[in-house]
Design a protein around this ligand. Structure first.
Ligand code: NAD
Ligand code: ZN
Length: 353
């Protein structure tokens, strides 16, 4: 193992029990295994998924005690004896896919998020709400040196996920994409990625402050789910021929948008489910789904190539979604703002304070 100066202890936010709160305290720094790297995480985005994990919202159980976080951008400070493709001093990103087997049928077809042995940062293994985090070298995101580490952090989950979702939707330049939850961490990035691809965006979120931001980010229309009297009609009316959008990315953490999507989507349209409200079933009218040939699908983070591509859009200066930086010590306060639905864009925590 090659190392630079690495302390024995570090600051971290630790979840001791489901529903929290998280505790800001010192914990040991671990050494990477032979095929792993140790990354000095400088910044980590806070994803709504971190909040779901804190509340135990989903069927998969979290490791406890747990260091959450899966949008960590930092510098490689140590590497295991088998690691040759990453150097000490390289910029690197720790994302949700901390490791997968790289040997199963899914890994072999570059669907590594579907690997049954996947370990998830900040969920089944410790994540990025600490100063030094570990991941398998093969899965660490390569971050070019001309990227700012605070700004690139949200790309590592939110960016990759919406970029992949847009690809899965099959929407083409000039066509209409609805982004539901358009002003959240994922949504604000989805608007930017779609615009960079020449896609027209219809943004759905709630409130005038969010409207201003969605339009500034490049959405052509904003539909306010809090005040719209007929959301389905408003979305259809926002398309030039009135037939409805070609695809929709559902990023909102609420059941209703899933239902509405099958009503406003045009024939042959694609509904991409990404947001994961707890205990939510999703039903669609079979008659309509058949006769209008609607596709309903899920999309889950992205593979290593999606990661590299999503980062490259950012590096080229095409992606400018809003984020605000606070100290890692303030993580519990960020969760509170998120629970109140008041987040605009992404919160990024700075692990040095
Ligand atoms: P966020 O809290 O930053 O944003 C959610 C946004 O949805 C907010 O702007 C909120 O105002 C808006 N909203 C709430 N109800 C709405 C409604 N009825 N219609 C329209 N907008 C509504 O959350 P985030 O970090 O962007 O994450 C969103 C969801 O995506 C979470 O459930 C998260 O777990 C999930 N997620 C999924 C993947 C994946 O791979 N599928 C990856 C990352 C996150
Ligand atoms: Zn995430």
């Amino acid at each position: 193992m090659t190392t630079t100066e690495i302390p024995k202890e570090q600051w971290a936010q630790v979840l001791e029990a489901i529903n929290g709160p998280v505790t800001y305290k010192k914990i040991p720094v671990r050494e990477p295994g032979p095929d792993e790297v140790l990354v000095n995480v400088k910044y980590s985005g806070v994803c709504h998924s971190d909040l779901h994990v804190l509340h135990g919202d989903w069927a998969l159980e979290a490791k406890l005690p747990l260091v959450g976080g899966h949008e960590g951008a930092g510098i490689v400070v140590a590497r295991g004896s088998l690691v040759t493709e990453l150097d000490i001093g390289d910029y690197a990103g720790i994302k949700l896919m901390n490791s997968t087997c790289l040997d199963c049928t899914y890994c072999n077809q570059s669907d590594e998020p579907l690997c049954e042995k996947a370990q998830l940062s900040g969920y089944t293994v410790d994540g990025t709400f600490q100063q030094y985090a570990i991941a398998k070298a093969a899965h660490v995101a390569r971050i070019p040196k001309d990227c700012k580490l605070d700004a690139v952090a949200p790309i590592l989950c939110a960016g990759i996920t919406v970029y992949k979702g847009i690809k899965e939707s099959g929407v083409r330049p000039g066509q209409y994409l609805v982004v539901v939850g358009a002003d959240g961490g994922l949504g604000s990035l989805a608007i930017q990625y779609a615009r960079a691809m020449g896609i027209e965006v219809i943004a759905i979120d709630g409130g005038d402050e969010k409207k201003d931001l969605c339009l500034k980010l490049g959405a052509s229309t904003y539909v306010d789910f809090l005040t719209s009297k007929n959301l389905v009609a408003d979305v259809k009316a926002a398309t030039a021929d009135g037939l409805g959008p070609h695809a929709t990315l559902i990023l909102a953490v609420s059941p209703k948008p899933f239902q509405q999507a099958t009503e406003y989507i045009r024939a042959r349209g694609v509904v991409v489910c990404i947001g994961m409200p707890p205990n939510t079933m999703f039903s669609a009218p079979v008659f309509d789904t058949v006769l209008r040939m609607i596709t309903i699908k899920g999309s889950y983070v992205g593979n290593r190539l999606d990661t590299a591509e999503a980062i490259e859009f950012f590096r080229k200066g095409l992606i400018h979604a809003p984020y605000q930086t606070v100290g890692l010590s303030k993580l519990q306060e960020v969760y509170k703002i998120m629970e109140e639905g008041k987040v605009i864009g992404r919160y990024v925590v700075d692990t040095s304070r």
